[in-house]
Every structure is written in C-alpha cells, then in structure tokens.
Design a protein around this ligand. Structure first.
Ligand SMILES: Cc1cc2nc3c(=O)[nH]c(=O)nc-3n(C[C@H](O)[C@H](O)[C@H](O)COP(=O)(O)OP(=O)(O)OC[C@H]3O[C@@H](n4cnc5c(N)ncnc54)[C@H](O)[C@@H]3O)c2cc1C
Length: 472
C-alpha cells in the first residue's frame, strides 16, 4: 500500500486528539487521525458524559424522596437501574455525532480506525498503512489503573470502562478509591438505591482542600455512603454477589459488586515509543512546557502526558500545540489557571492554589476571604445552603479559589477567567450579578475582600464624617 504523507498525524480520537484534528484541518493542514477503539475516547464513552448522565438519574431519584420540605410529598423512588443505563447510553448517543468519523471526514481529516505504532521517529504503522508526518501528536489518553492487589485476578470487578454497561443493580457496591470518580459513582449509586462502601487508602478527595472535601464527605455519609479512610486494601476474595475486600489494618468489607477507581494509567503500551525516540516518566510521556516530547517533532497532549487529567485540559493542550505546530509560534502550556470540579451534590470546584498551597507560597502576604452559602438568598430558597467559597488573595489579585456547594462547577468559571487574565479583586467586585442567583456568592466573596478596608477603616470614616459635615 502507498505510504501516506501528512502534515499532522494525530494518534487518538478523544478530547485532545479531536480538538487538534478539527482545528488543524480547518486551518488548512493535511491531517490524519488514528483511533483504535471508539471515536470520542474516554470522556464521551466511559468518563465525563456517562458519569454525569448517571448522576442526573440519581438526582431525579433523590428529589423524589426529598420533596416534603418544599411542600411536595416524599415518595420512595422506583428506580429502574437498567433504564437509568438506557438514559446514560441515550445521552452518549446524542453527543456521538459531534465526535463521529463522518463529521471529521467532513472537515477533510483522513480518519483511520486502527491503533498506531511508531516504526521510526517520523513514521507510524496503523493496520497495513504506514504514515509519515511532519508533526505527530500523541493523544492516546489513559486507562483505569488496576493495582496488583492479591486476589483481584480471581474476583469480578468493574472499572469505568464496564460500569456504564452494567444493567443489574448492585445491591451493595464496594468502591476501591475515594477520588473524584469514586465519590461521584458512590453518590450516584446510593441515590439509585444501592448500598455503597468506599474504601480509600489515604483520605477521600485527598487532592482537594480538606475543609471543602469534608463538606462533600459529610453530605455523602449523610446519604448513607460508608467511607472508610486510611484503609489500604491488602486482599480481595470471593465471587460475584459475595466479594470481600480486606485492609491491612484488619478491616473487611463485604459487597455484591466491586468498582475499581484507584487512578489512571497513561496509554503508551501500543505506541512503541522507543522507535520514535520518545522518553517516558513514571506517570506518562515526558513533555516540556510546550508539550514537545524528547523527539521535537512529536507532541503529547491530554491524559497521556501525565499531568492534570481532564477533558478541558486535553482541549487546552490542543490549542497550545496548534499554535506551535501550525504557525511555528512559541507556545507554552500553563497550569495555574486550570480549574477542576467534582460533580457530587454539593459540587466541589478548584482553580489555582488551595489555601494550603497559597500559605506555603505566600505566607503572610496571603489574605483568605470567604462567603458562606447560607447567606445567599437563592440558596436559601432552593434549600441548598451547605457550602462556602474561599478566595486566596495576594496584593489584590486572586491566586486560588475553592468553592464547595450548589453549582460550584458553574461558579468557578468566573474565577477561571479572573486567574487566566490576572484580574484584580476590584474587577470582580465591580460586576453586577442578577438577584437572586447562586452566582452572587462570587461577588460577595470579592466584596468580603473590600469590606474591612471600607467599613473598619478609620480614615474612610473621617473622610465621610468630614464630607457630611462640611459639603452642602
Ligand atoms: C469516570 C470518569 C469521569 C470523568 N469525568 C470527567 C469530568 O467530569 N470532567 C473532565 O474534565 N474530565 C473527566 N474525566 C477525565 C477525561 O475523561 C479525560 O481527561 C479525557 O478523556 C482525556 O482526553 P484525551 O484526549 O487525553 O484521551 P481520551 O479521551 O481517553 O482519548 C484517547 C483515545 O486514544 C485511543 N488510543 C489509545 N491508544 C491508541 C493508539 N496507539 N492508536 C490509536 N488510538 C489510540 C483510545 O482508544 C482513545 O479513544 C473523567 C474520566 C473518567 C474515567
């Protein structure tokens, strides 16, 4: 077969790869895209989309059982778990056309549905095709990490790649791993009527601000999720319907189903990176600030680059490398303005530094301002008063924001804008928010920065006193 010559070869049609392919082809580059599995990658098929869709089913179920305080009688929700999964797959199906082979071919992208393997620093084999490219973008994503726990090879377990196809409702779901994926799935399942136990080796939601994480964990415990922390798993035993997870400190947990949510492993095995002269680290492909690998003609973006593993990061990376690969312009990936959110109820969102990180970095120069949801009128009306925002401020500019509460994932957008553009607190405070919105929480937090400066400042009081006395 004649070798294909292309400007940009993209390996992996997930969030990152598709963004590069769409952008580069629409700007006139000849683009070839390889995908060995499903178009759309993890986010569409096994990640963000199905998890948020299942949480939406769970929210409906929860609402039915908690209407009385709004004057609407509580009813025990009749959950059809298989139908909830139908809903999940319907949502995926609605979004699938956006990521489809046909749509990308419509942009002029050459789509090859094969896994890619390097055979030289500039050539990749995909099926029986050999492709040589001016620039290669590796966007192969990540897979669920399966740790070497004794007994795991003999016990059936789910990962994010199988869970959304499971149609029988787990009576008691054991989840190993208390990170964002584990906690989202814990709440989804407890609300859908399953018993849920989370077994976490360290602290649940341990990468987040501990005070904010505690709010989420309290809420989940309040809904009946059992969360065992400092529970390092030593062994798994049993069979379908009766699985025992034992921990090093002698605890054991028995459930009907097991979900592994202990982290991610970068997808590098199939790539034969040695042939390309691409080095790897413990977490993924080694890249510099501009996302170039140790072979300067090859970039790595998204989860496989081993940094922050989110869809919006993969999309952001795509923009960074398009600038460099297409226009030859210097372009660097930054992390300080990247937000993330965990979509439990309440939600937990973060951008920039946490309070602890900011204290270490800025010490006494740091001011932390906060505002609690229970002072927000819309939150009161919706009975969603649990939560707070805290803003870490240095010299009048936010350097980090933590929000836990209703719609925290939406509220963080404003602070992402502020951090990305190095805005001042005064610019956020100048914004007028419609009343009554949850979004007023943001403005009030900015206001909290200025209140002591205005209301507790003797000089301000003297000026006002003078003006009132002497100016007609
Ligand atoms: C349960 C779950 C929930 C999540 N929720 C969120 C969320 O709410 N928000 C968020 O921002 N992120 C979320 N994520 C993370 C998000 O899914 C990933 O960060 C994102 O998909 C990474 O995009 P990517 O382009 O790097 O990789 P992917 O989207 O995984 O795409 C990689 C693609 O490459 C293909 N591939 C692999 N090797 C090869 C090869 N050699 N040749 C050809 N093709 C190959 C794979 O088949 C895959 O389709 C979630 C993840 C999980 C697991």
């Amino acid at each position: 077969m004649t070798p294909i010559k292309t400007d940009i070869l993209v390996i992996g049609a997930g969030s990152g790869g598709l963004s590069v392919a769409a952008g580069a082809s629409q700007m006139g580059a000849d683009v070839t895209l390889l995908e060995g599995h499903r178009m759309g990658g993890d986010c569409l098929n096994f990640g963000c989309v199905p998890s948020k869709a299942l949480l939406a089913s769970a929210k409906q179920a929860y609402g039915q059982g908690h209407g009385a305080r709004f004057g609407v009688a509580d009813v025990a929700p009749q959950v059809d778990y298989a139908a909830a999964k139908d809903h999940v797959h319907d949502v995926i199906a609605q979004i699938t056309p956006m990521d489809s082979q046909e749509r990308f071919e419509g942009f002029g992208v050459r789509v090859i549905r094969e896994y890619g393997t390097f055979i030289s620093p500039t050539e990749v084999r995909a099926g029986d095709q050999v492709i040589s490219a001016r620039r290669v973008v590796i966007a192969t994503g990540s897979s669920p990490l399966v740790p070497p726990i004794p007994g795991l090879d003999k016990v059936p377990y789910e990962t994010n790649e199988t869970l959304f196809d499971l149609r029988e409702k787990p009576e008691h779901l054991l989840i190993i791993g208390g990170g964002p994926i584990g906690m989202e799935m814990a709440q989804a399942h407890v609300r859908l009527g399953c018993k849920v136990t989370v077994i976490e080796g360290m602290k649940a939601l341990g990468k987040d601000d501990p005070e904010a994480a505690a709010v989420v964990l309290d809420a989940l415990r309040g809904e009946g999720v059992e969360i065992a922390e400092d529970a390092l798993v030593s062994e798994v035993a049993g069979q379908a319907g009766a699985i025992t997870v034992s921990t090093q400190d002698g605890r054991s947990f028995v459930g009907t189903h097991l979900l592994l949510a202990v982290g991610r492993k970068s997808n590098m095995d199939r790539l034969n990176l040695e042939a390309a002269g691409v080095d790897v680290t413990r977490t993924g492909i080694k890249v510099d600030d501009s996302l170039r690998t140790t072979n300067k003609k090859i970039y790595a973006i998204g989860d496989v680059a081993g940094g922050l593993q989110f869809t919006h990061v993969a999309g952001y990376h795509a923009g960074v490398i398009i600038r460099s690969a297409l226009f030859g312009l210097p372009s660097k990936a930054k992390t300080g303005h990247i937000p993330w959110a965990t979509y439990t109820d309440p939600e937990l969102a973060q951008v920039g530094l946490t309070e602890m990180q900011a204290r270490t970095q800025y010490s006494t120069r740091l001011e932390v301002v906060r505002f609690d949801y229970h002072h927000n009128d819309r939150a009161i009306a919706e009975r969603k008063t649990t939560g707070f925002i805290k803003v870490m401020v240095v010299k009048g500019r936010p350097v980090g924001v933590t929000i836990v509460g209703h719609q925290a994932g939406e509220l963080i957008n404003l602070w992402s804008l502020a951090l990305a553009n190095n805005l001042k607190m005064s610019q956020v405070a100048a914004m007028v928010s419609p009343y009554p919105t949850i979004g007023e929480v943001n403005k009030r937090a900015a206001g909290a920065y200025f209140s002591p400066r205005l209301f507790e400042n003797q000089a301000v009081k003297r000026v006002v006193g003078f003006v009132q006395k002497w100016i007609p």
